[in-house]
Ligand binder design. Structure first.
Ligand code: DGJ
Length: 717
């Protein structure tokens, strides 16, 4: 007898009360025990039949110190009863009861965001509170996307103290597991970290009110045994405080729990109200970190990025920051724009410094109108001039902020987070607006709307340069509310303003920036098109940062400028090639660049535009890792069914020795490819089969000397 395999999608066995979420290469399954607990049953390689699943049951208690519930793999374990592991939810009811007892109520297979989905409703056994778990399935990318909605049917207020997006159970196994995360700080974001998971908990988090650079809400847990190499990975779509904890026990079971951080968090759920957590997407892969990369990139392009821009080419941009800092004037920007146009730039962005009193970082934030001294005629003439040069016009803003020295702060000192009895901590001389307030949101929508509409703005770089402090909101407390909601409401407020702006200006492109890459997550990417990866534009450092960044985000989201960092020290080609790995930008002082440099960069921009569809939409594979080789070499391949492009970098050439060949991935073995080295006039192209390029490998055409790099294009004949 043989089975007919389950198709991709969601399948139910109503008799056993089992459900299987089936993707191209994985199955995720849960079921209900006799007493109504929702148990995780399986996550791993694709199964063929629902009959393969184990029963949903509590194992007998092993000892009085190890109760059955403490060892259970519940899908959404609440705080309550004999549970001592990671919990997903905790609430306090009006009568002081601080436990939840969630039992299965209903399951409904449906469609959400064009994906197959299942909504599982859990109901508290004694109180009128439901928690509805939503599971969406991205079948092609082997991903499950989870969130939870708390609803109070009670005639009383319920206090939520923890509301995670998901707990993911990884099976008990012999092979040791390695956790990969991304950590960093300003000027050094998204650097790979790897550690063994031993019994205990590994934790990554942000308590700054933003995603943060200290860690990114992404994880990958890898293991290699005699029989399999497997990775479980996930990313949380949230731009406020977050936590992800991976807890392993001595039996080799690991649970990953994550969502909004419970640190200083509390949310009052009034009668009839609901609270929905951010989404947590996770997947299973057997083809290494590159496999996880490909899945998250495709998902982000197809499901996350705002439409209609999601798949439109990201323009080559120029940004004035490193060229002029605050010294922004109409005349100076015109000169830069002329030079940028000569290079082939498509979008010209005026960074910080264009509004009143902004001669340094001590004043001006909050007053989003052109400085009459620097722009006596306003911004419109510059915007029109930029457009006459065939470029789009972009502007930097930092809407969540005020300087104490600003008209906005003088008018509304109560609009910032503060405790009336405490000093208001400044960072970079600025204070954070209370984005939870409806009047602050309305004000920002009005001001930004006007700015965009009146000045023909095609692009906003939305910056956020400090964490939240003194998280007080006294007005809300007076109204009987809960000020601890601000950690969540800040992010929701930012989302709301962005959503309103996008609704009014559907073609607007928004870049998320936070002192570089401090707000890089799949939540902000639902309403922004790209991310400023890091203020560190040194190409050598960038390779590390970009390798890590690319584990979560596709190339079209990763903005990379060629600046004056490394100018004169590193070859122009090397500097350009590093930035061509993502969305290319230029950020140097073009008034200092000589004709030779201008021409060479212009040539690379032309080449970038030719290969842009491949870079921005192809599958991305890091073939040589700077992290693993301590920066000695790096190689990245972008591939579609028709062609491929390979970037390679080598730091030093100490011994003039031949290098190993580079094995490529995902070509068609029988197809013949024309192999062409881009930008090297003296090079000849040749033919090779996909099998040869993937087996024997590609010979890397580096020139002699330090900081060599090359781009090789392979086109199917
Ligand atoms: C921080 C950003 O990361 C920079 O690119 C620049 O926009 C500055 N802020 C401006 O203040």
């Amino acid at each position: 007898m043989s089975y007919t395999p389950l198709s991709t999608g969601i399948h139910a066995d109503p008799t056993r009360r089992h459900w299987a979420l089936v993707t191209a290469q994985s199955t995720y399954a849960f079921g209900v025990t006799d007493n109504g607990l929702l148990m995780h049953l399986y996550w791993g390689p694709r199964l063929v039949s629902l009959a393969d699943l184990p029963p949903a049951e509590l194992k007998p208690e092993r000892s009085s110190q190890e109760p059955a519930l403490a060892k259970a793999t519940e899908e959404y374990p609440p705080f309550g009863g004999l549970r001592y592991g990671e919990t997903a939810a905790k609430v306090t009811f009006a009568d002081g009861t601080r436990e939840l007892d969630l039992r299965f109520a209903t399951a409904e297979i449906t469609v959400r965001d064009d994906l197959p989905a299942i909504l599982v409703t859990l109901q508290d056994a004694a109180y009128p509170l439901t928690v509805q778990l939503c599971y969406k399935v991205d079948g092609e990318n082997d991903l499950v996307i989870r969130s939870a909605t708390f609803t109070s049917e009670a005639n009383e207020t319920i206090r939520i103290e923890r509301a995670f997006s998901a707990v993911w159970h990884l099976p008990r196994q012999y092979a040791p597991r390695t956790l990969t995360t991304l950590a960093g700080q300003w000027l050094g974001e998204t650097r790979l970290q790897q550690r063994s998971l031993v019994a205990g908990t590994a934790l990554i988090e942000s308590r700054r009110g933003i995603t943060g650079a200290t860690a990114n809400p992404w994880f990958a847990i890898e293991s290699t045994s005699e029989t399999a190499t497997e990775i479980y990975f996930g990313a949380l779509a949230w731009s406020g405080n977050w936590v992800i904890r991976a807890t392993t026990d001595v039996t080799g079971a690991t649970a990953v729990a994550g969502g909004i951080h419970e640190h200083d968090f509390s949310w009052l759920l009034q009668s009839g109200e609901s609270f929905t957590t951010p989404e947590f997407v996770a997947g299973f892969a057997q083809d290494g970190l590159n496999g996880t990369r490909r899945r998250l990139h495709r998902y982000t392009r197809e499901q996350v990025l705002p439409k209609p821009q999601a798949l439109q080419p990201r323009p080559v941009l120029y940004n004035s920051w490193e060229a002029t800092f605050f010294d922004v004037t109409e005349e100076g920007q015109r000169k830069l724009a002329e030079r940028a146009a000569r290079l082939g730039v498509e979008l010209f962005v005026v960074d910080d410094g264009w509004f009143p009193a902004r001669v340094n970082d001590h004043a001006g934030l909050g007053d989003w109108r052109p400085d009459p001294v620097k722009f006596p005629r306003g911004l419109k003439p510059l915007s029109e001039y930029v457009k006459s040069l065939d470029m789009q016009f972009g502007l930097w803003v930092e809407p969540e902020m005020v300087n104490a020295d600003s008209d906005l702060y003088r008018a509304h000192p109560d609009w910032i987070y503060h405790f009336p009895t405490r000093p208001r901590s400044e960072a970079r001389n600025q204070l954070v607006l209370n984005m939870a307030r409806a009047d602050v949101q309305a004000y920002l929508i009005e001001v930004l709307d006007k700015l965009v509409a009146e000045n023909g703005i095609d692009f906003l770089k939305w910056d956020m340069n400090r964490p939240i402090s003194e998280p007080g909101w006294s007005d809300e407390i007076e109204r009987g509310g809960e000020a601890r909601e601000i950690w969540v409401r800040h992010a929701l407020g930012v989302y709301a303003v962005m959503d309103a702006l996008r609704a009014n200006h559907p073609d607007l492109i928004i870049e998320s920036c936070s002192s570089g890459g401090s707000r890089a997550d799949l939540g902000i990417l639902r309403r922004t098109d790209q991310i400023w990866t890091s203020d560190n534009t040194n190409p050598e450092a960038r390779l590390f940062i970009q390798e890590g960044f690319s584990l979560v985000f596709p190339a079209r989201v990763m903005v990379a400028w060629v600046t004056d960092q490394g100018r004169g020290l590193l070859p122009v080609a090397y500097r350009c090639h590093v930035s061509m790995l993502g969305t290319l930008g230029i950020g140097g002082n073009l008034l200092h660049w000589n004709d030779e440099e201008m021409n060479e960069v212009a040539d690379w921009i032309t080449i970038y535009k030719e290969i842009r569809p491949l870079v921005q939409d192809g599958d991305q594979y890091w073939l040589l890792s700077p992290h693993a080789t301590h920066g000695e070499v790096a190689a990245v391949e972008y591939v579609t069914t028709e062609e491929s492009v390979v970037f390679a970098f080598r730091r030093a050439d100490l011994f003039g020795e031949p290098l190993p060949r580079l094995r490529l991935l995902k070509l068609q073995p029988e197809a013949s490819y024309r192999v062409e080295i881009l930008g090297q006039n003296d090079s000849v192209s040749y033919q090779a089969s996909g099998a040869e390029l993937m087996g024997y490998g590609l010979s890397l055409p580096f020139k002699r000397g330090p900081f060599a790099s090359c781009i090789v294009r392979l086109r199917k004949q």
